[in-house]
Design a protein around this ligand. Structure first.
Ligand code: GTP
Ligand code: MG
Length: 582
């Protein structure tokens, strides 16, 4: 446990630690009425707006629709490194020579950057045609034509800085503590946390743009490839600062020939063969990794992690500030993201609860950005979904019931695994459950503080506990590869820490009446209190727990003495028997 008093500020910092330095943009929208872009902009929602849920009554987009629209937007967009002093009006006027701009924003990440989305894709080509490769005095530039540009001022002194970038970092720990303490209820606290930590519209745009820029590089080898974001960047559970998981989709390249057959002949590409899919994946990622390393503007620290269970290329995209993991042949993970997107969009309580639990877990070092024996955010999300399926009436449907709602178009088999479920959110019946977030948070901790992890597994496909098929401390069934456990890595001690903290947090939340009085004393209460490593009133829980454990220890000792006596007795008898026999 951390030092009391360092508390929330230190711990919450962990939540925000990997936050991007993206700043709140000055979103001056120079819209182009009547364009597809304008239509998209009108009805687009941030991948995580607080207002998602049944309450919306707005038809909600399918995951694939949302991905395609954002990808198309990103293809019309450029990333520009700007001089520190720049006039926004002149900047826009200069770029508008190439065509109307749909929207733009500025952010800071070790320098000032602009994301500029044109109304038409041709404008990007026109801008690129008027762009040159820099000439350097000491070094040599490798010529590479991309959509990541630098804007230079011809006359350094003539510009005044007119860019008013407002901050888009998550709030400071102090600010967050204040926001949570002055919230009116725990529901309010959870919604505040969600609002402050969720990906902003601009951050989401930047994620799609980064994928699009990487796609351009990979297209040098595979012209029909698509680089799709997956994981928390798109599944509605992304926190500012989360990594950017990318999937290099080569299906178009693979399937092209099947559409072009006619007559009695069949043409196939002459290709090189390798013994397995895994080796093919490793070879593809190896060349893309090299390419990113040598030619990828802004791609630094490229690591090829090809012997992992799921081979990947990891790198930092300096300009966006994203830590990127590029994989291929990982379609099931994309499908998992789609499933989580559905769960996160169905009911507004889901995301608020997941964010609260993720922040809580991070604050207590239950999760970590370093791989190890910890619980992952993905596993935590599965636990929340499972818990919400177990409510009465259920807040979320089981995966099996989503499968029964599927139509022919939703049918999907990946590597022999049935990944069929309904993709159209509007066909899923709303839940009649009206429980508050406060109750759900408390009950989540109660539920998992007392869960029989030693014998039961968690299974969102059926939404019920099942006998564990093996002795892993924590068993969460992979929803699609049903023979796998997504939390196989979690050690008994990490699980125990989770259980202990869940019990403790349930207890702290039960003290709400006295706790709320502490608002006047400036003491954290409710959600803020459980994000703390230790608060004074929690000592009584620890004392009680210690007393309970002392009682338990005495009881265990007595039991073990009793059983030892029996064992000794049996042993003695056996010895006797043995000795008699001998
Ligand atoms: P963050 O911690 O915010 O990055 O959450 P995340 O959901 O993006 O997790 P992560 O980056 O670790 O993994 C990206 C995606 O890969 C997840 O959303 C899942 O779809 C998938 N994934 C991660 N871990 C596992 C696992 O153990 N098993 C399976 N089948 N898929 C996983
Ligand atoms: Mg991720």
């Amino acid at each position: 446990m951390a030092v009391p008093g360092v508390g929330l500020l230190t711990r919450l910092h962990l939540c925000a630690q990997r936050s991007t330095r993206v700043q709140r943009p000055i979103l001056r929208l120079l819209s182009c009425p009547g364009t597809v872009a304008e239509d998209l902009r009108r009805d687009e929602q941030p991948s995580g707006s607080v207002e998602t849920g049944f309450e919306d009554k707005i038809p909600r987009k399918r995951f694939s629709e949302m991905q395609n629209e954002r990808r198309e937007q990103a293809q019309r967009t450029v990333l520009i490194r700007c001089p520190e002093k720049i006039s926004e009006n002149k900047f826009l006027k200069y770029l508008s020579q190439h065509g109307p701009i749909n929207n733009h924003f500025f952010y800071e990440s070790f320098g000032l950057y602009a994301v500029v989305e044109f109304c038409r894709k041709e404008s990007v080509g026109s801008l690129q045609n008027g762009t040159r490769t820099p000439s350097m005095a000491m070094e040599t530039a490798i010529p590479f034509r991309s959509r990541f540009l630098s804007l230079k001022l011809k006359n350094q002194t003539s510009e005044q800085s007119c860019i008013q970038s407002s901050d888009q970092l998550p709030p400071s720990n102090r600010k967050l503590c204040e926001l949570l303490c002055y919230a009116e209820s725990i529901d309010d606290q959870l919604n505040t946390l969600l609002k402050e930590f969720q990906l902003t519209e601009e951050n989401t745009k930047l994620r799609y743009l980064t994928c699009s820029l990487i796609e351009d590089i990979a297209a040098a080898y595979f012209p029909d490839c698509v680089v799709r974001p997956f994981g928390s960047s798109v599944n509605t559970f992304g926190k500012l600062g989360c990594d950017l998981d990318m999937f290099l989709d080569l299906d178009e390249t693979r399937n092209l020939s099947t559409h072009k057959t006619s007559g009695n002949f069949l043409t196939e590409f002459q290709v090189k063969n390798v013994p397995s899919e895994r080796i093919a994946t490793q070879k593809i990622l190896s060349v893309i990794g090299e390419c990113l390393d040598h030619f990828g503007p802004g791609c630094v620290g490229v690591q090829k992690i090809l012997n992992a269970r799921c081979p990947l290329v990891r790198f930092s995209h300096q300009a966006s500030g994203f830590q990127c993991d590029l994989t291929t042949n990982n379609r099931i993970a994309l499908t998992s993201s789609e499933l989580l997107y559905i769960y996160g969009t169905l009911d507004s309580r889901v995301r608020a609860l997941v964010f609260g639990i993720r922040c809580w877990a991070r604050a207590h070092s239950l999760t970590s950005s370093i791989p190890g024996a910890w619980i992952t955010n993905f596993s935590l999300t599965m636990m929340v979904i499972f818990f919400l399926q177990r409510r009465s009436p259920p807040i979320l449907p089981t995966l099996d019931s989503l499968k029964t709602l599927a139509d022919a178009e939703d049918k999907c088999i990946i590597e022999g695994n049935n990944c069929t479920f309904v993709r159209d959110l509007n066909r899923i019946k709303p839940s009649g459950n009206t429980e508050t977030l406060e109750l759900l948070l408390k009950e989540f901790f109660e539920y998992f503080g007392n869960f029989a992890f030693n014998k039961n597994s968690i299974n969102i496909r059926q939404g019920r506990e099942q006998n564990k098929p093996d002795s892993s401390p924590l068993y969460i069934q992979n929803p699609f590869e049903t023979a796998l456990n997504i939390s196989k890595n979690v050690s008994q001690s990490q699980l125990q820490k989770f259980v202990d903290l869940a019990q403790e947090s349930a207890w702290v939340l039960q003290q709400k009446d006295t706790d709320r009085l502490s608002v006047s004393n400036n003491q954290p209460w409710g959600l803020a209190a459980i994000l703390l490593p230790t608060v004074p009133n929690r000592r009584s829980f620890t004392k009680k727990k210690r007393k309970r454990s002392a009682n338990e220890s005495v009881r265990n000792l007595l039991e073990s003495l009793k059983s030892n006596r029996t064992a000794n007795f049996t042993e003695t008898n056996e010895k006797r028997t043995v000795s008699t026999q001998t």
